[in-house]
Structure formats: C-alpha cells, structure tokens
Ligand binder design. Structure first.
Ligand code: FAD
Length: 478
C-alpha cells in the first residue's frame, strides 16, 4: 500500500510539532509521505521565546525548534519561504507562491494567527505597508526590526497593554529604552485580569521604568516624532511596537469555502467542514475556543498525528484548560479560568498588597478552583494551578492557599518534589506531569537534558526549568 500524502500548510509551532509527531510514529515514512510548506524563510522556531529575543536574553539560534537538516534526515519534503496561495479541494491540490503544486490525500491548516494593526492614521503607508518606525511583534523578522531601533535612551511606544505588549515593553525597558504603553482600556490585560490586578501590575511595571497611558487611543502617528493620543497628549517614539491583538489566519480557509467563525471550525478529530482537511493551532476554533496559546496547539498536533498515521484512530482532542503566564523579568503573573466571575454562586476571595506587588484572587465553585489571578505569589500560583488542573477540592484554609502555604506544588521551592502528586502538571506547554518525568527517569533519562529530550518538558516557554531540575535532583538522590 502506498503512503498517504499529507500536506501541512504552515511551519510554525503547530505545523513543526505535527511533523515531528508524525515522524515519531512513522519513522520511515512508510505510512505518511509528508510535505510541509512554510511562508517564513526560517527553520521553525519557538515563537513563545520571541519575548526573550526582544529582551536580549536569547538569539535566533537559541530558539530554533529543529536542526537545519531535520527534514532531510526524516524524509520530509520541507519548502521554506513559499506560501500556499490556493487549494483546489476537488482535485486535492495545493498551489504555491513559487508556481508549483502539491497533491494531497489529507491537508492540515496550521496557518497560525496574524497581528492586528488598528486603523490609526499614519501607522500604514498608502500601499498598506507599515510606516517607517512601526513594527508588529509576531515573528523573527519583527524582532530584528524592533531590536534594530530600540537603542538605550530611545523613546518607544507600545500600542496595546495585553500579554504580548507588556512582554515587549518589559524587554525593551530592560534594554534601556524609554517605554510608554498606550492601552485603550482602563486597566492592563483586561481579558485575563480584573481592574484591581491590572492596577497592581501597572504599579509593578512602572517601578521597572515603564510609563502607561491607560484608557487612551492613539489618534495619529508621525514618523520621527511619535504618537498623538486622543486626549491631545503626545507620546514620543522612535519606534512604535503594535501589539493590539491577534486574529486567527483564516484567509486561505475562507477562500477554500471552509466553515469559519473566529477561526477555522474543527471537531474533536480536528476535522474542518471538509473531512479531508484538518486545522490545528492558532487558526483553529475547537468548540468555543480559539486559544492563541501553544499548549492547545501542541496537544492538537499529538492527536492529529495519532489519527493521520493510524497510530491511535480513536484519539480525540477534548479541549485544554489554559493558564496564561506573563514572561517578564521581575514579574510573576498567572491567570486561569473565569477571573471575572461575580455571581452569587461563586466563592470569591481576594488579597491585595499593592506596595509589594502582590494580588491574589481565587474563584471557587462547589469547592473547586474555577478561576484565579496570582500576581507576585509564585508558590500560590503553582498550588492553585495544580488544583485547577486536577479539579480536586481546595483545602478549607483558603487563605493559606492564597499565600501558597497549603499544598506542595511543582516549582514551589519550599516543598520537596516527593510530596507532589504524580498527576501534577510540571511543564504546561507540553502537558508533562511529574509521573511522566519519573517514568522517563526510570527509563534511563537521568539528566535534565535527557528528560527534556524524552518528555519535551522545558522546551516550550522554559518556565518549568527550575521545577524539572528540582525533580531531577530529587530523583538522583533517591
Ligand atoms: C511574542 C510572542 C510570545 C508568546 N508567548 C506565549 C506564551 O508565553 N505562551 C503561549 O502559550 N503562547 C505564547 N504565544 C503564542 C504562541 O506563539 C502561539 O500560540 C503558537 O505559535 C501557535 O502556533 P501555530 O503554529 O498555530 O501558529 P504560528 O506559530 O504563528 O505559525 C503559523 C505559521 O504558518 C505560516 N503560514 C500562514 N499562512 C501560510 C500559508 N498560506 N502558506 C504557508 N505558510 C503559512 C506563518 O508564516 C507561520 O510561520 C506567543 C506569541 C508571540 C508572538
């Protein structure tokens, strides 16, 4: 029987992971003949770590996801720097920007998302390109443009006080740029935070040298001068970083006539409205959610690899309870679940210590954690996240929980990994539990590097590196 021709559109975090997972299950290419098409000219890289590139703590080489010869070694037909421009679903053929075409039996859309640029006067030139001194924050080329202009002492405006805008602002402030964040809402990260937490976060970041113009819109950009705001104020800027939100990249899917809403609609088998076409990652909308985070993208890649190779035909994707973390040096912030709940059925606790940059909010229903904001309380963040994942009842001493004193938790230095339940998720990006790490260790992966290679823990945002090191040390002693 000949191999099934699978074509993946997009060589970002979801597309690259899918290709790897397919080859993990089908090493020789006997079952799947794989073609991956990526519009970017670079080998796949860890987009989550672009914040570290802007901050200057990592470079492009350090965030590569695959070796230069990975595709050749694994027999994958990888085409870089070419986009899929059209798909003929009747012929089952994709057309590429270089004029070539590839036929498929199964097609996977992993086209990610794109930065949204607000219609502010002056941000774009007449031909639609970004004006001189304006950059988005989405890919490696954007980072090169940002870093090239953000010299120490240079005024920089960041448009958008969401997660990515704040990561860019923190990184640029760390490089010595004079950063002003302009945000149209009255508090930061309004999707993940309530006004109280937003205010504490703004205070913490102000202490790190960042200025804020909250509740303000940029009315006009003048290259070489900066932004004029809607209240007439002026924000000087040699560089404007646009981080005003992302949109699922559905252009191709819509042109193909697939059903789309905020993303390409998919079912639990990650099938679109055409059963031969799948979608994963930021471009996909699984019942209810377009996530914009890497953990769902990578879980979806595993399920789809199971299905496309036939390794587990019953595999299904059922959704991912996501936790949002801000990756900004000097700030520890996690937000999860329903943070805005106000109804009488919810038990809501809140502790605020703005002077020390701490804010902890817990939302519980029937004793289970259903939402939380944890700023400046890393021990509590680790313990609460564990309860949220496991859906187990919270300890009755809620205050101790909010202060991080109620439970042993992954990443909480006060506790030994021995006390941690095997089900505790240690690496969120890759959904790796303590139990999986212990199993890998017993299977011969007896160093942090080997644990990372076997389970992939630490290879996403890297935030779990200390917890994994702690577990490795504990296992070595045991
Ligand atoms: C600065 C930054 C920080 C982030 N931090 C975090 C974080 O801390 N935690 C977290 O969970 N998530 C984070 N994210 C989000 C995370 O990076 C995304 O969820 C993840 O990259 C999604 O993977 P994807 O493959 O779906 O999309 P992408 O990684 O965006 O890849 C899509 C790829 O498809 C290509 N493409 C699009 N259309 C075509 C076409 N027609 N033909 C060929 N190729 C095409 C694009 O060029 C791109 O290379 C961050 C994102 C950014 C930008």
């Amino acid at each position: 029987m000949s191999a099934r021709r699978v074509v993946v559109v997009g060589y970002g975090m979801a597309g690259a992971r899918l290709a790897e997972e397919i080859r993990r299950r089908d090493r020789t290419g006997e079952r799947v003949a794989l073609t991956v098409i990526g519009a970017e000219p670079h080998a796949a890289y860890n987009r989550v770590l672009l914040s570290a590139v802007v901050a200057g703590t990592m470079d492009a080489d350090a965030i590569r996801l695959q070796d230069a010869d990975w595709a050749e070694r694994t027999g994958v037909d990888l085409r870089l720097g070419v986009a899929v421009t059209a798909v003929d679903r009747d012929e089952r053929r994709v057309r590429l920007s270089d004029g070539s075409a590839v036929d498929y039996d199964a097609l996977v859309l992993a086209t990610g998302s794109t930065a949204w640029v607000p219609p502010t006067e002056g941000l774009r030139t007449e031909d639609g390109a970004l004006a001189e001194g304006v950059a988005c924050f989405r890919d490696l080329d954007d980072c090169a443009a940002i870093v090239g202009r953000a010299r120490p002492g240079a005024p920089v405006a960041v448009l958008g006080g969401g997660l990515l805008g704040l990561e860019a602002a923190r990184g640029l402030a760390g490089r010595g740029a004079l950063v002003t964040v302009v945000h149209p809402v009255g508090h930061l990260m309004e999707r993940q935070l309530d006004p109280g937490a937003g205010a504490v976060l703004a205070r913490t970041l102000a202490g790190l040298g960042i200025e804020f113009r909250l509740g303000r819109l940029a009315a006009r950009y003048v290259p070489g001068d900066g932004l004029k705001l809607d209240d007439g104020a002026h924000a000087p800027a040699d560089l404007v970083v646009v981080s005003a939100g992302v949109r699922a990249e559905t252009t191709l899917a819509e042109a193909m006539g697939l059903e789309c809403d905020r993303g390409v609609l998919v079912d639990d088998a990650l099938r679109t409205s055409d059963p031969r076409v799948h979608a994963i990652g930021d471009c996909a909308q699984h019942p209810g959610t377009v996530s914009g985070l890497v953990q769902p993208a990578w879980e979806q890649a595993e399920v789809l690899a199971d299905l496309l190779t036939g390794a587990a035909p019953a595999a299904r994707y059922r959704g991912t309870p996501v936790v949002t973390r801000l990756k900004a040096r000097g700030v520890d912030l996690a937000a999860l679940g329903e943070v805005h709940a106000e109804d009488a059925d919810a038990e809501i606790l809140c502790l605020q210590d703005a002077t020390r940059g701490r804010y902890a909010k817990l939302v519980l229903r029937e004793d289970r954690v259903t939402g939380a904001i944890l700023l400046g309380v890393p021990d509590a963040a680790a313990a609460v996240t564990q309860l949220y994942d496991a859906k187990t009842p919270a300890p009755s001493d809620r205050l101790a929980l909010l202060l991080g004193r109620a439970l042993p938790a992954a990443g909480a230095p006060a506790h030994s990994p021995a006390d941690l339940p095997a089900t505790a998720v240690v690496c969120r990006c890759n959904t790796v539990s303590k139990g999986q790490l212990v199993k890998a260790w017993r299977g011969g992966a007896c160093s942090v590097a080997d644990l990372a290679a076997t389970t992939r823990a630490t290879t996403g945002c890297g935030g779990c590196a200390e917890a994994v090191r702690g577990i490795a040390d504990w296992l070595a002693k045991a």
